[in-house]
Design a protein around this ligand. Structure first.
Ligand SMILES: [Fe+2]
Ligand SMILES: [Fe+2]
Length: 473
């Protein structure tokens, strides 16, 4: 169980380490200031039907009830320690998982934790104004649930920094509250976390595509030989599942509504629908192209000696490491990556150890494709001929072997001029953003939804759809 009588709720027996407790209690007001400065705007007085972790056990960790947002109990929750846990891969395979940071890996491990930690507050900053234009109380509640949990993920990483990295860990924890998404001088570390999330279509796309990168990063860090990191990531993954649901179902409901309107009016052209106040399918495809490509960049270079080092040293494993049927050392295997040679995308085999970023990204792509397949059942059911497709992995990339190339969504290598002449067909335009923003208006009546989005199939925690998920007093 989690101790909620503490100032900082936790299940790591914080009270037994007074120095650590005091350091975190000093960071806590800075976190709260950050939340009120850059977290969801105008939410101080709202009561939101949120889930709060009360136990990290498999069943029933989630407790639902109305919470005033600033009173949310952010805390430190790790899954229980497995005393027999062994490192599953790399040079230390078979050794007992580390309960402390090995000195030789200290700075690398700190960088991994800081990079992960930096994404958590970034997404809260990106989404701070969305509550003002929520298409329903149900959606507003889901947004705030995601926001408070991303705040908690920041706590999760800050706990590791304070507990295991001493003074420089505490400094990094402060910097995590100082960088700002999209800031010219002090931006967040990773590109996708500096992009704006100006409206709900972007938010749903972000939660589907970019939160899922989070899932894959956390899953590979859950394999880490550094046991406290593994344990904290495993608990974060249980929260992440809801974020992915919010994204996938949000897009599905948007598609559903558009397809219903198309059917009603006999429309088959995917560029149409705006005259009826819904988001046309072509526009949604352009947003898919954008969010997918900027998220692929988060995996880093296809061929990476850093990724190889993280693996051999046991700091970061593969997605579902234990399910991989090999020696878990990757000394002789190869992996196929893509590059452009003489104006064509070609395959190239490289040592699997150096291609771990590409491997993780490819695992991610498989899951994303599954989501698109589910979305495509919606137009199929309603007799609309359109189907969504993922653009080629090389489309619109800034990092990796495809960076600097001009690849079309179907994988053709083009010139800069040609690519630019199609840009507005392939990526969201200012006009697309303006149109989507023009649809955004707050809907506050319980059970009612904005015209551009369908109601969900069911409510949260078995509550009805017309439940009052947010109270304004
Ligand atoms: Fe997160
Ligand atoms: Fe998330």
């Amino acid at each position: 169980m989690i101790d909620y009588s503490e100032r900082i709720p936790n299940n790591v027996d914080l009270a037994s380490d007074k120095t650590l407790q005091r350091a975190l209690e000093r960071w806590q007001p800075a976190f709260q200031n950050w939340w009120s400065d850059t977290g969801p705007v105008n939410t101080k007085d709202l009561q939101v039907y949120l889930r709060t972790a009360i136990s990290v056990e498999r069943d029933g960790w989630a407790n639902f009830g109305y919470v005033r947002m600033p009173d949310y109990r952010w805390g430190i929750f790790l899954v229980p320690r497995d005393e027999s846990r062994k490192i599953a891969f790399g040079d230390h395979q078979g050794e007992a998982a580390w309960q402390d940071v090995p000195g030789e890996y200290r700075s690398t491990l700190r960088r991994i934790i800081v990079t992960q930690g930096d994404t958590e507050p970034a997404s809260v900053e990106q989404q701070k104004k969305l509550g003002l234009t929520a298409p329903s109380l149900y959606d507003m509640r889901n947004l705030f649930q995601v926001n408070v949990e991303e705040g908690r993920h920041l706590w999760a990483m800050v706990y590791l920094l304070h507990r295991y990295f001493g003074r420089d860990g505490r400094e990094e924890a402060e910097f995590l509250l100082e960088r700002r998404s999209g800031h010219a001088d002090n931006p967040r570390i990773l590109g996708a976390f500096n992009e704006a999330t100006p409206h709900w279509l972007s938010f749903f796309m972000f939660a589907f595509f970019t939160d899922r990168d989070g899932k894959f990063q956390l899953a590979s860090l859950a394999e880490s030989g550094f046991d406290p990191l593994s344990r904290t990531c495993r608990f974060m993954l249980t929260e992440e599942a809801h974020h992915l649901f919010v994204g996938e179902s949000g897009i599905a409901r948007t598609i559903q509504r558009t397809c219903e309107v198309m059917k009603e009016h006999g429309i088959t052209d995917p560029a149409e629908g705006r005259q009826f106040g819904v988001i046309d399918l072509n526009t949604m495809q352009r947003f898919i192209n954008f969010h997918y490509s900027v998220t692929l960049d988060l995996y880093g270079s296809d061929v990476s000696s850093n990724a190889a080092t993280y693996y051999t040293t046991g700091l970061k494993g593969r997605y579902e490491e234990s399910k991989q049927n090999d020696d878990h050392k990757l000394t002789s295997q190869e992996y196929t990556v893509h590059e452009v040679v003489d104006g064509k995308v070609v395959e190239k085999n490289v040592p699997a150890l150096n291609a771990l970023n590409a491997k993780l990204r490819d695992d991610y792509i498989k899951e994303v494709q599954g989501g698109l397949d589910r979305w495509n059942r919606i137009p199929e059911k309603l007799g609309i001929p359109f189907r969504f497709a993922l653009p080629h992995v090389g489309f619109h990339r800034k990092i990796g072997t495809m960076a600097g190339q001009f690849i079309s969504p179907d994988g053709g290598v083009t010139t800069e001029t040609e690519w630019n002449s199609h840009r507005d067909e392939w990526l969201p335009t200012n006009g697309d953003h303006q149109y989507v923003e023009s649809l955004m208006g707050r809907v506050l009546e319980p059970g009612k939804f904005a015209n551009w989005i369908a109601a969900p199939a069911r409510g949260i925690n078995n509550q009805p759809i017309e439940f009052e998920y947010v109270r304004f007093n």
